[in-house]
Design a protein around this ligand. Sequence first.
Ligand code: PLP
Length: 471
Amino acid sequence: MHHFINFFMHFVEHRAQRGPVETHCRAAALDFMRAHQRRQAMGNIVQCRMLGFFRSLRAFDLLPAGQDFRAIARRCLAEDMRVATLQLVADGGADIVKVKASLFLRHLRIEHHLEQQIAQLEQGTRGFAFASGLAAIHAVLSIFKPGDRIVVGDNIYGGSYSQLNEFFTRWGILVEAVDTQDIAALEAAVKGDRANGIVPAQAVYFETLTNPLLKVNDVRAISTVAHRFGALSIVDNTFVTPYLQKPLALGADVVIHSATKYLAGHSDVNAGLVVVSGEDLASRVYFAQNRLGGVLAPAECDAVRRGIQTLALRMDRQQENANAIARYLLVHPLVKAVHYPGLPGAGDQRLAAKGLKGAGGVLSFEVVPGVDPADVLNNLHLFRLAVSLGAVESLAELPCRMTHFELPREERLKIGITDELVRLAVGIEDANDLIEDLGQAFDIAYARYIDRHADFDVFQQLTSGGGVCLI
Ligand code: PLP
């Protein structure tokens, strides 16, 4: 960075006799230097009127031969990523200058590396990095226009549901929910009903594993139906990652990730990634990314890139743990149902037939009626109460009050998300410790249940023929 400042100071000194433009250059360089020093002192991010500075240099042909402002800014990026992220602030000039500034920054972004990395992993044409999973979804869905129909899996992440139903519908996108495992129902929904003015869908949007019930969607079968009617197949692959499934290779057109989850893997970054198949889609998504601006800052790109390096190791351990926990829950007397595609019976073969190499690290279970799931959740020590997933730490949550609170209760119940459903996102801790943690929380929940029913007269209930559920 000092090298960079010295370059400017030397440059400004060298041209010292040129009048008002040089004064502007000198002021800008000093401004930059002071801001840099301030940043070092405060650990803060600099804002400096660099763009005006560069513009002046270019306009008055003051850049040294062979140097252009892009090369200088690239050096900024290389030496101090955070300076680059905010440094090139438009200096209050015309709007056109601001637009140029943002385009210019995006061309320089070091997330290019991450975008190539994810495109390679997903075997697609091109990758795109976004500031969050929701920003990625926003950009992808923005390629559609008013009047387009999108058929959506009826069991998707609550935030995606909300974005589609509370945002995109306002802009004229027509959204129809369907059970994507019911291929006949899917086909009817995608086909539409021209006689009654329902045009064929432009896209099918779904998640590889449904959330939070972990039903396996058959990417190949769904994409085949979509393509039969000229629709795109768009898959949110967050829950399984390209390590366990590559949807583009199974026929999908667009893959989306909340990289906040497994790809980054350490609960320390918000990020979204998209990979598309084909140049046409690439330019449509690029246009949306560029104009909407929800791009990922370089430091976050680097965190995701680093996370991906250990994805396979983490995922193997998370799956192993999830398997052990699912088997424990299956025989626990306080558990009514376990949802995990890796359970015996759900079967590896069935997974493989649908293109999945494994069941992932998320599972959900329902407690028996009368037991308060909050009593389980509030008494966990190793599992933390949090909505995310895919991190090295184990997390637990109550979908009806947390991840899926946006869904009206009737909708939730219709698709099986009961008030008793608990979701676990299993981390890389020791499986026995995690099971022990669940065990002691169940014990407390059971004791609370007994307390709540202390004055319940079992004998009277039985003799009056009312029946009783003993657990
Ligand atoms: N897609 C899925 C399947 C998710 O579970 C989430 C968040 O939980 C998102 C997308 C949104 O991602 P982000 O939190 O990075 O915006």
